[in-house]
Write a protein that binds this ligand. Structure first.
Ligand SMILES: CC(C)(COP(=O)(O)OP(=O)(O)OC[C@H]1O[C@@H](n2cnc3c(N)ncnc32)[C@H](O)[C@@H]1OP(=O)(O)O)[C@@H](O)C(=O)NCCC(=O)NCCS
Length: 162
């Protein structure tokens, strides 16, 4: 199993690998429309960071890493392809993202999670903080915010985000 830290300079196939994992896990696995899944991606700039896992030359998992505040790292868009779920890959992915965040000296890590993944994150040592607005930890520009379909989150996840 190969673990990659992806930045703006990484080879293009790694971005495609991550997109494949997202498409499999979210679009096919959770019926999220592909237009929604990719509608609010920020452009790949200097700050872009993602962890991608490849097994046997096939993309199997990925997540994004960002720093909404200098002392706070954030892990997001965590996905493992359906065929590989519940085999320990998600744990490896989170461990690598945490390692990377710690190397930047961040003191805290936040994750805006779907309710269905709550148990997974609790197993990785995270605590639920109810009532947090996920947008508090997003780096959103005025332009990109216009494109976010606001009805989407409550419609698919009635209990909101953890
Ligand atoms: C949620 C997800 C990232 C977990 O990754 P994974 O590779 O399936 O999880 P792992 O096999 O590494 O599991 C690690 C531990 O969490 C547990 N776990 C994983 N998913 C769980 C779930 N949905 N409910 C309860 N426990 C779960 C595992 O049983 C395992 O427990 P153990 O350490 O006691 O053996 C993955 O299943 C996935 O991508 N799902 C679809 C997309 C998604 O929900 N992403 C999260 C969006 S916020």
């Amino acid at each position: 199993m190969d673990i990659y830290r992806v930045t703006k300079e990484s080879p293009k196939w790694l971005f495609k690998a991550y997109d494949f994992a997202r498409t499999d896990a979210f679009v096919f696995g959770q019926n999220i429309p592909i237009s929604v899944e990719y509608s609010h991606d920020e452009p790949i700039g200097d700050d872009y960071k993602a962890v991608v896992i490849v097994d046997d030359n096939k993309p199997v998992a990925g997540c994004k890493v960002s720093f909404p505040f200098p002392e706070v790292g954030k892990i997001g868009r965590v996905c493992v392809i359906r065929e590989y779920q519940r085999k320990g890959v998600g744990k490896i992915l989170i461990n690598e993202a945490e390692k990377w965040i710690r190397e930047y000296g961040a003191e805290k890590i936040v994750i805006n999670s779907q309710d269905r993944a709550q148990k997974f994150y609790e197993k990785q040592g995270y605590n639920l903080v109810p009532g947090v607005n996920p947008r508090d930890y997003e780096q959103i520009t005025v332009d990109s915010e216009k494109d976010i379909p606001r009805g989407y989150v409550p419609a698919f996840h009635p209990q909101g985000f953890s």
